[in-house]
Design a binder for this molecule. Structure first.
Ligand code: GTP
Ligand code: MG
Length: 335
């Protein structure tokens, strides 16, 4: 969970005013003069309402991690999901409200103290009106924070120590199926494109080494600036987490996308992530009848990237992938 519960303005005000009433009922009186008592009660109500509301906002601010202290992956993830600026602005509004509430509290308790007792209730009412209008002023920001909370509810937990492979490729080529085969993760698999909408993470351990495999939403061969937020999620994972990229081709084309486009995407990814090794995988090999498409891809990708032949749904070629990951891990750990 990234953000704590976010109340509506009405909820915040109800809580503040309710607690103020209770606190007023507890004001001890025996020793104070009745007139003084009425002033004291109104003062306590203003103080309590303001304090309770400020504590509510402070609590939200305290429980929210400092965005700029988070690893870059999370910062970009949040940016793609809800927008970092907007989030900061909304959190800033809570700070603003707290500042104003504190001032109002001082100002109005002071006025109550100096007023004739018969005016105290009137001044308290005015204070409550001002408090309510401050809280209502940040209605949109609270709304946004609540929306952000829902959007970021399933923010993936990444392991920065593990050797990380990010699975990329066109939609519907079998990325999630592969993740299910290699790890304990259970992402949704379906025979239509864009099934996966967020980042899915699976783990496994081999010879005391942790591996993390990240499944991403399908990408199309289009420029980054034309990508939708779902595709950008995948790019964020590639940029910040990938030690290597498992690039999945579907030479059977049953996914619905021509091999030419798949090759374009491969080059696009290679271009953007020049320092990250790419392992091409040919999936759905059980469906490949003639070798034409296989040849086409082989001829049009980097000759040093030796593709592995896989049928993820059948479990074929999986052990070879794991071997490759181990070999890769040995290489980077020896460095
Ligand atoms: N015959 C066959 N079908 C496969 C193979 N791998 C995956 N499939 C099927 O292909 C379809 C798409 O699989 P997914 O794993 O959802 O593909 P994806 O790449 O994650 O798709 P998006 O999340 O939409 O991008 C499903 O119906 C799978 O069962 C395979 O090796 N052989
Ligand atoms: Mg998927």
């Amino acid at each position: 969970m990234f953000l704590p519960n976010i109340p509506t303005p009405d909820e915040v005000l109800d809580k503040g005013f309710r607690r103020a009433k209770k606190a007023a009922a507890r004001v001890r009186t025996s020793k104070i003069h009745r007139q003084k008592k009425s002033k004291r009660i109104e003062e306590v109500r203003v103080q309590t309402a303001s304090q309770v509301i400020r504590e509510t906002f402070e609590d939200i601010l305290e429980k929210t991690p400092h965005i700029e202290e988070l690893p870059m992956f999370y910062q970009d993830y949040i940016d793609v999901a809800v927008g970092v600026d907007e989030l900061k602005k909304s959190l800033g509004a809570l700070n603003w409200a707290n500042g104003v509430l504190e001032k109002l509290q001082n100002q109005y308790t002071h006025r109550i103290r100096r007023s004739p007792p018969e005016n105290a209730a009137q001044i308290r009412k005015a204070a409550f009106g001002r408090i309510a209008s401050v809280v209502n002023r940040i209605n949109d920001e609270l709304d946004f924070l609540n929306y952000a909370k829902q959007k970021l509810r399933n923010i993936p937990t990444v392991d920065v120590e593990a050797t990380t492979a990010v699975i990329a490729g066109f939609p519907n080529v079998g990325k999630s199926t592969l993740l299910r085969q290699i790890t304990n993760a259970e992402p949704e698999v379906a025979d239509y494109p864009f099934t996966t909408k967020g980042i899915q993470i699976g783990h496994f351990e081999l010879r005391w080494q942790k591996y993390q495999i990240i499944d991403t939403p399908g990408l199309l061969d289009r420029p980054v600036q034309d990508m939708n937020p779902i595709e950008l999620n995948a790019m964020v994972a590639l940029e910040h987490l990938a030690d290597l990229i498992l690039f999945i081709f579907d030479p059977s084309q049953t996914s619905g996308f021509p091999v030419e486009n798949q090759v374009n995407l491969y080059w696009e990814i290679k271009q953007i992530f020049q320092n990250t090794p790419i392992f091409p995988l040919f999936n759905k090999m059980d469906l490949v009848e003639d070798e034409e498409n296989v040849k086409y891809i082989e001829e049009h990708i980097n000759k040093e990237d030796k593709p592995l032949m896989v049928a993820a749904s059948e479990g074929t070629g999986i052990s070879e992938i794991i071997e490759k990951l181990q070999e890769f891990n040995r290489k980077i750990r020896d460095k």
